[in-house]
Design a protein around this ligand. Structure first.
Ligand code: ADP
Ligand code: MG
Length: 503
């Protein structure tokens, strides 16, 4: 269906695609995997005519074709859904789908017949959306369906999807995969870019692996496994399963009793949860996102106004209900937040400045307790130690945090919190958007902190991560703890049921 032959593309000094060969057979789901920056999006944007290759050829249905614009690609039956959707918020689904499909006739569009066609397509592929709904009312998952419909409406035979699951919840991912399988049944060809190995194994027929702009592997999905794919992606052995010794569990460090967070309308996003985390153990919280995890972590970090909190939080035997975020840090509660950009870093500040956030008002960073003078030398030393120990790249403390990739930003935050030597660590989505090589590293750091006696509370939407890291696993559903399981023996089905049904 599609073949890229010896495609090369430079952006200035960056060789984004280096003699890339990709062959996609008709009627298959083909995964393209690789770490961030491997060149996946570039290759597919070339196939879609979004970029033009410096050299090489594109073949469609076995014939060499000139694809110089998305218009050319669409004419050949190629559609692409980008990582960031390109929908117009205040137009309806039908208007969005038709927009641009009928050149020159935007005003005289027959939206009624378009709506009928869209209904038919959405039935055929079970892409439930209402054509007359304004896009701004749709969830992210529904917007993605609109993008798919848009491509199908333009008669795409090949759909290129760039990291389509990054924005979806685990349940939406399941539905989405069912849609892709239906498309394959109807004879469509699908290319899916992803860096999640479990998804590659679940959905694809064939895989092309990219690293540093090159294709480094081409395998049938049924003949490979996660370890092999990871090794090809990273270029070395990667430990996927967390290897950790039995926990040496001590006394309860963090006790949470009947904790609730009340919203302005009186509803409880977190509703009466009770549990404890002992020193030397990792307690995981599994759940579909939006079931109270964010509220729980923010409440424990002291980031929620006391007036909205019910119940008790006890640290090392002392009630800290009325203690604010800054003092909680002083008392030994570190926090790796889910939203790095909003809560974890000041993006315009340097790595050095970011590495002292939260300790900037006390020695050795502040020359006088209270933060009157900042000791530049001490700041630099601390930053360089974190950068060194946590392998933050590039190794330059003077860069603004904004200049780093997501994975490196996360390593900086983890290093900073690690260096606090916390009694309790609250950590949310520690590896979201992080490459597998760095994931392995981050997991090892969390285990070593545990083994140093820290009590760790871990929230993650990645079931594999939370089950392999945790010593005990709690499942949260609609703001309540729906159950506790032993992650060593519980099955994913068992956990999944608790996550979605709460019992
Ligand atoms: P992937 O999709 O595998 O994460 P990309 O294809 O987006 O990788 O990027 C490959 C390389 O090309 C990266 O180093 C990236 O920074 C660079 N790159 C991609 N697009 C551009 C662009 N428009 N301008 C400059 N550099 C780019
Ligand atoms: Mg990409």
């Amino acid at each position: 269906m599609l073949e890229l032959r010896q495609i090369t593309k430079r952006f200035g000094a960056v060789l984004a695609n280096d003699q890339v060969d990709i062959v996609v057979k008709p009627g298959t789901i083909h995964a393209i995997v690789g770490e961030n920056g491997a060149g996946k999006s570039t290759a597919m944007r070339i196939a879609y005519g979004f970029y033009t290759a410096d050299s090489g050829q594109i073949l469609v249905d076995g014939q060499v074709r000139e694809i110089n614009s998305p218009h050319d690609a669409i004419a050949l039956g190629i559609g692409m859904v980008h990582q960031h959707f390109m929908l117009v918020e205040d137009m309806t689904v039908a208007e969005n789908i038709v927009l641009g499909a009928e050149p020159g006739s935007a005003l005289s569009l027959d939206l009624k017949s378009a709506a009928a066609q869209i209904r038919q397509l959405s039935e055929e592929f079970k892409l439930a959306v209402n054509p007359n709904e304004p896009v701004e009312h749709l969830s992210v998952g529904q917007q993605q369906r609109v993008e798919l419909l848009k491509a199908l409406y333009r008669h795409a035979r090949l759909l290129i999807l760039d990291e389509p699951t990054a924005v979806l919840t685990p349940l939406e991912v399941e539905e989405f995969f069912a849609i892709l399988r239906r498309m394959r049944e109807q004879g469509k060809t699908v290319i899916i870019i992803t860096h999640k190995l479990s998804e590659v194994l679940a959905i694809s027929d064939e895989v092309t692996v990219m690293r540093d702009g090159k294709v480094v592997g081409r395998v049938q999905t049924k003949d490979t496994n996660a370890a092999e794919l990871a090794r090809m992606m990273v270029g070395r052995e990667v430990l996927l399963r967390v290897d950790k010794p039995e926990p040496q569990v001590g006394a309860a460090q963090l006790e949470v009793r009947n904790l609730s967070v009340v919203a302005a309308d009186g509803s409880k996003r977190l509703n009466g949860v009770t549990f404890e985390v002992r020193s030397g153990e990792i307690v995981g919280i599994a759940g579909v996102e939006g079931n109270g995890q964010t509220e729980l972590m923010e409440a424990l970090a002291g980031l929620v106004d006391v007036s909205r909190i019910r119940g008790e939080t006890i640290l090392g035997g002392k009630n800290i209900n009325s203690v604010g975020a800054r003092l909680r840090r002083e008392l030994g509660i570190a926090h790796i937040p889910e939203d790095r950009h909003r809560r974890g870093l000041l993006l315009d500040f340097t790595l050095a400045e970011n590495s002292i956030l939260g300790v900037h008002y006390r020695p050795p960073i502040a020359a006088l307790a209270g933060g009157v003078f900042l000791d530049e030398g001490a700041i630099q030393r601390r930053a360089n130690e974190i950068i060194e120990q946590f392998d933050v790249r590039p190794r330059n403390a003077a860069l603004p945090a904004r200049a780093l990739s997501g994975g490196n930003q996360q390593k900086l935050i983890i290093g900073r919190e690690y260096r606090l030597n916390p009694k309790v660590l609250l950590v949310s989505q520690p590896t979201r958007g992080v490459d597998i090589g760095a994931i392995e590293f981050i997991h090892r750091q969390l285990v070593s902190l545990r083994d140093a006696g820290c009590a760790i509370l871990l929230v993650s939407a990645e079931l594999e991560e939370v089950t392999s890291l945790s010593d005990r696993l709690l499942i949260i559903h609609e703001g309540r703890i729906a159950g506790e399981v032993d992650p060593k023996v519980a099955t994913l089905e068992e956990i999944g049921l608790l996550m979605t049904r709460g019992h």
